[in-house]
Design a protein around this ligand. Structure first.
Ligand SMILES: [Zn+2]
Length: 425
């Protein structure tokens, strides 16, 4: 039996704890949750699905670290969204570095440029060994995170980078690539892209063979940038989990780059993951409509005043003055997360910011230091710490392990594919 005095002390402690909870829950300001968010992000690797730093280094300085130090990219004329101190401040624990190249160049040239991008990631982790290490597996990610470094993974953005060759695909895997987005903005010989004219009603036979070979290799099938028909074909064919490295919910903003509800509904069965992105026009429906209107007005003005560039500029400026561009917000990004959770639950959500792949970002998510603010907003909305750990990194780790286990099984079952695209022509 406890003494009365001990009971009194326990009573006082308990009631002050309860009062503390009550006053905390009464405060709705996101800042109150920031510290809690940071502590969660220090316990699990925050795993971002898409960052275009390699593309920035290519375009700005021809990949020369001697001309652009990754310790500070804020002093540039056009500051970057990413550098080492801000990645640390944002508590990033694992990053899929995109090795994107334009889909509008020839495919053999795309293979060369993608190799240069892959080379950049390898050189970056060698250049900054205290901060980065190349990760090839989920175990690597956890080990590197535990050592206080940022696990660095390579994601290819678009099947144009394999020039219709499974041999090239296999060699990119050999060099460390662990996801490939099936297309970028251009429909390929074997897969339809969102925003381009469809030619195959999704994937053709070679496209399905690409998915099967990626499953066998242990490379994640990334369905950002493809049409709903391609998403559904890939989900039907795949034997491993799939991912969307940077896409939002189409029911919230009806952009073709986002994921429709009927596709979301298919994800639990294949253990798929949507990494919610910060691209402004995918985030805000209001902004998407504003862009569409502006493009329509521009087409009309250009037609009305053909050959009079000054007049066109003046008329467009008039329209812009009357129609202020709406700004997307961190809260709207959280709305996409809410929607996906309401549709299929928190197990299928991740984060894929697309930093340095876009020029403007939602208010509150201006650079890679801001991730804790998004997680604080989710806490404010009532998400649990367990939910946040899943969204931050546990879901991506589980998906990677599923992909790795499938690859191990398939490598025992079948030989590398001998199929050529010409087999189907
Ligand atoms: Zn993209």
């Amino acid at each position: 039996m406890l003494k009365d005095s001990t009971k009194l002390i326990i009573f006082i402690i308990m009631s002050s704890l309860l009062m503390g909870c009550a006053s905390l829950s009464a405060q709705t300001d996101r800042d109150d949750y920031r510290q809690q968010a940071i502590e969660i992000l220090e316990s699990v690797p925050l795993f971002d699905g898409h960052n275009d730093v390699p593309w920035q280094y290519r375009n700005r300085v021809g990949y020369k670290f001697s001309e652009l130090d990754f310790y500070d990219t804020t002093h540039l004329d056009r500051p970057m969204h990413t550098d080492i101190p801000r990645l640390r401040e944002g508590r990033v624990g694992a990053q899929w570095w995109s090795v994107y190249v334009s889909a509008n160049i020839s495919e053999p040239e795309a293979v060369k440029q993608t190799l240069e991008q892959v080379d950049f990631v390898h050189r970056m982790v060698e250049k900054y060994p205290d901060h980065f290490e190349l990760a090839l597996t989920a175990d690597d990610v956890e080990r590197i995170f535990a050592e206080g470094k940022i696990a660095s993974l390579i994601g290819m953005e678009g099947g144009h980078s394999i020039n219709n060759s499974l041999a090239v695909l296999r060699m990119f895997h050999e060099l460390g690539a662990r996801y490939m987005t099936i297309t970028h903005g251009r429909t390929l010989d074997w897969a339809d892209a969102a925003g381009d004219d469809p030619q195959h009603d999704g994937l053709n036979e070679f496209g399905e063979e690409v998915i099967r070979e990626m499953n066998r290799l242990g490379m994640a099938v990334d369905l950002s940038h493809v049409t709903p028909a391609t998403m559904k074909d890939a989900i039907r064919v795949t034997e491993a989990p799939v991912m969307f490295s940077h896409s939002n919910a189409r029911a919230v903003s009806n952009h073709p780059r986002n994921v429709p509800d009927d596709v979301l509904q298919l994800l639990p069965e294949v253990d798929g993951l949507v990494m919610v992105t910060f691209v402004e026009s995918f985030t805000s429906e209001e902004l998407r409509r504003w862009y569409a209107e502006r493009n329509g007005v521009r087409a009309k003005v250009e037609s009305l005043y053909a050959g009079q560039p000054d007049m066109i500029r003046e008329k467009m400026q008039e329209w812009m003055d009357e129609n202020e561009m709406p700004k997307s917000t961190l809260e709207q990004v959280a709305d996409h997360i809410d929607h996906i959770r309401d549709q299929i639950g928190v197990d299928y959500i991740g984060i894929g910011g697309d930093y340095d792949g876009i020029s403007s970002l939602p208010l509150g998510l201006e650079d890679v230091s801001t991730y804790p603010d998004l997680f604080a907003e989710l806490l404010r909305r009532g998400y649990s710490e367990e939910d946040l750990r899943k969204i931050a990194g546990e879901n991506m780790l589980r998906v990677m392990r599923g992909i790795e286990a499938t690859a191990e099984r398939l490598q025992n079952e079948r030989e590398p594919s001998e199929v050529l695209i010409t087999d189907f022509e």
